[in-house]
Ligand binder design. Structure first.
Ligand SMILES: [Zn+2]
Length: 265
């Protein structure tokens, strides 16, 4: 039986479930998928971070549509997917613990009351219960496969069409850090295979701190890696999500196949 004192020192309860989910762990593709912003779930203990429901349901709290695309890709490619189950406002798994954006007191134009004036112990609890389990599962999944055969890392995100009142024209972002192999191949193929307005390191880039997962799990192992950003107005219906998933599955399959030929991958 858990004592009350223990309960008070935990962030997640049984009602919240696990902080990370792994889908299709035995998938045979040479790709491991990650989705850091898959969920807008806020643990019961944080009382919705003091936010109204329209903010909790908006892009501020998660990447709408990204999990559905990632799950679809996991099925189509037969690839394992590691997805966060907790909102990025609680802890943004694509940021290191020393980043101000990991537990932001403000996101875009919204104040996040439940993140204001966090103590060191409150921060440590979020790192322990959200960030570390996610990184541990993703690391384990890549290592387990990498010893058997070449492996690439692909992370799936969505972005809002309007940010700080400015409209974004790009529809598909292909992001990379120092290792450009997979991104270069995907950008080349996207220009040939899709009508989508595709941009390199758009709408963000490494200078915005968005390549944490790529650096931590891709660059550190020398495996090809890429971050995909989809404009979320292209993910509004199940049909639109299916179409985008099919497009990305083709791009990822052809890009990883080409890399295998080009680099012995
Ligand atoms: Zn994201």
């Amino acid at each position: 039986m858990t004592s009350l004192a223990t309960v008070q020192h935990r962030l997640l309860s049984d009602a919240d479930g696990a902080p990370v989910e792994v889908i299709n762990p035995a998938g045979t593709a040479c790709v491991v998928l990650a989705c850091e912003h898959a969920s807008n779930l806020v643990p019961v203990s944080l009382q919705n971070l003091g936010l109204p429901s329209e903010v909790r349901e908006s892009h501020v709290a998660w990447d709408p549509g990204a999990r559905e695309v990632a799950v679809g890709l996991s099925q189509k490619l037969d690839a394992p997917l590691v997805a966060a189950r907790i909102s990025r406002l609680v802890y943004d798994c694509n940021r290191p613990p020393d980043s101000a954006a990991a537990m932001p007191a403000k996101s875009e134009i919204f104040d996040i009351p439940g993140n204001s004036g966090l103590s060191d112990s409150e921060r440590a609890l979020r790192i322990q219960e959200v960030y570390e389990p996610f990184q541990h599962r993703l690391s384990g999944m890549i290592d387990e496969r990498f010893v058997k055969h070449p492996t690439c890392l692909v992370t799936i995100h969505s972005f809002t069409p309007v940010y700080f009142a400015k409209k974004r024209e790009v529809e598909l972002g292909v992001l990379h850090d120092d290792d450009t192999r997979l991104a270069d191949m995907m950008l080349k193929l996207a220009s040939e295979l899709t009508p989508l307005r595709t941009g390199r390191n758009q709408p963000y880039g490494p200078q915005d701190g968005v390549t944490h997962t790529l650096k931590l799990h891709g660059l550190s192992r020398g495996i090809p890696n890429v971050m995909i950003e989809i404009r979320n107005d292209l993910l509004k219906t199940p049909e639109a999500i299916k179409t985008m998933t099919e497009t990305l599955a083709r791009l990822i399959t052809q890009a990883t196949d080409s890399l295998k030929v080009a680099e012995g991958y």
